[in-house]
Design a protein around this ligand. Structure first.
Ligand code: GSH
Length: 207
C-alpha cells in the first residue's frame, strides 16, 4: 500500500529511448535531482494510457499528480518553476523572453532539419549539409561564454545538447572551424546531469 501511495506521488515521464525532446526533459530532471518514474514508450506501438493522456500521442509527456503536460519546452519551464533550484532560466523578463525566442529558433532552424533527417523527407545529404553549415556558422558565439550565450547553465543548454549528441548518428561531422562548438559539446557531455540523462539507446548512438 505504502509503495502504491509513493508511486502516485512520483512524477512519471513517458519517454522514448532515442527521442531528443525527451532527452531535453531528462537533462532538466537530472540537473534538479528530481525523483521520477521513467515510462519507456515504444513509439511504434504507443500504450493506451499515453493515448488517453496526450491528444497528440507523443513523448515527452509528463504526469505530475493531476497535471499532464506535453511539449518539451512547456515541460522544461514547468519543472524549472516547480523545482527552482538550481534555476535554469534568468529572472528578468527581457532575458526570459530572449531565452524563449532562442528556444523557438533552434526548434525551427535546427530541430526541424534533424527531423527531416529522421523522417527522410528530403535528400539527406542536402539536409545534412544545411544543418552542419548552420551550426558551423554560429560556432563563434560558443567561444564567448561557457554556456549557450550565458554565464550560467540554462534550459538552452538542455535543449541543444541532445541535438549535438546525435550529430554522429545523423551522419554529421563538424569541421575543425567549428572548434568552439565542438568544445562546448564536450563540456555539455561531461556534465553529470547529462551523463545521468542518457538512456541505453542514446549511449549507443555515439559509439
Ligand atoms: N514538439 C514536440 C515534439 C515531440 C516529438 O516529436 N516526439 C516524437 C518522438 S521524437 C513522438 O512522440 N512521435 C510519436 C508519433 O508521432 O507518433 C516536443 O517538443 O515535445
Amino acid at each position: 500500500m505504502a509503495q502504491l501511495a509513493n508511486r502516485r506521488l512520483a512524477m512519471t515521464l513517458f519517454s522514448g529511448d532515442t527521442c531528443p525532446y525527451c532527452h531535453r526533459v531528462r537533462i532538466v530532471l537530472a540537473e534538479k535531482g528530481i525523483n521520477y518514474e521513467l515510462h519507456d514508450v515504444n513509439l511504434q506501438d504507443t500504450p493506451d494510457d499515453l493515448k488517453d493522456l496526450n491528444p497528440y500521442n507523443e513523448v515527452p509527456t509528463l504526469v505530475d499528480r493531476d497535471l499532464v503536460l506535453y511539449e518539451s519546452t512547456v515541460i522544461m519551464e514547468y519543472l524549472d518553476e516547480r523545482f527552482p533550484h538550481p534555476p535554469l532560466m534568468p529572472v528578468d523578463p527581457v532575458s526570459r523572453a530572449q531565452l524563449r525566442l532562442m528556444l523557438y529558433r533552434i526548434e525551427r532552424d535546427w530541430y526541424a532539419l534533424a527531423k527531416q533527417l529522421r523522417d527522410k523527407t528530403k535528400a539527406s545529404d542536402t539536409v545534412r549539409k544545411e544543418l552542419r553549415d548552420s551550426l558551423t556558422g554560429v560556432s563563434p558565439i560558443f567561444e564567448q561564454k561557457p554556456y549557450f550565450m550565458s554565464d550560467e547553465f540554462s534550459l538552452m543548454d538542455c535543449a541543444i545538447a541532445p541535438l549535438l549528441w546525435r550529430l554522429p548518428y545523423y551522419g554529421i561531422e563538424l569541421p575543425p572551424s567549428a572548434k568552439p562548438l565542438i568544445n562546448y559539446a564536450e563540456r555539455m557531455f561531461d556534465r553529470e546531469s547529462f551523463k545521468q540523462s542518457l538512456t541505453e539507446g542514446e549511449r549507443e548512438m555515439k559509439d
